[in-house]
Design a protein around this ligand. Structure first.
Ligand code: TRP
Length: 81
């Protein structure tokens, strides 16, 4: 496994209350193994690990990684736009 992937951090800043940060397992079986709820303004700093190969974010959040910045939106937010 590329060591850079393990070193890199992903920063998730919740823009609204109730943002879910979900960790998905590495390996043949891809399933949820962790769910973290963030309220507006809360920040989670996470890495990809031996156990985590993907991160799913539900709700409106700003995501910063070495690969760039992206904003996730909630269904509710999109409907209002
Ligand atoms: N125990 C998990 C792990 O070591 C913790 C974790 C790391 C995590 N990165 C994450 C949980 C990203 C959710 C999202 O893999």
């Amino acid at each position: 496994m590329d060591e850079k992937i393990f070193r890199d951090f992903v920063i998730i800043k919740a823009v609204e209350d109730g943002v879910n940060v979900i960790g998905l397992t590495r390996g043949t079986d891809t399933r949820f193994h962790h769910s973290e709820k963030l309220d507006a303004g809360e920040v989670m700093i996470a890495q990809f690990t031996e156990h985590t190969s993907a991160i799913k974010i539900r709700g409106n959040a700003k995501i910063y990684s070495p690969y760039g910045e992206v904003e996730s939106s909630s269904k509710k937010g999109q409907a209002e736009k």
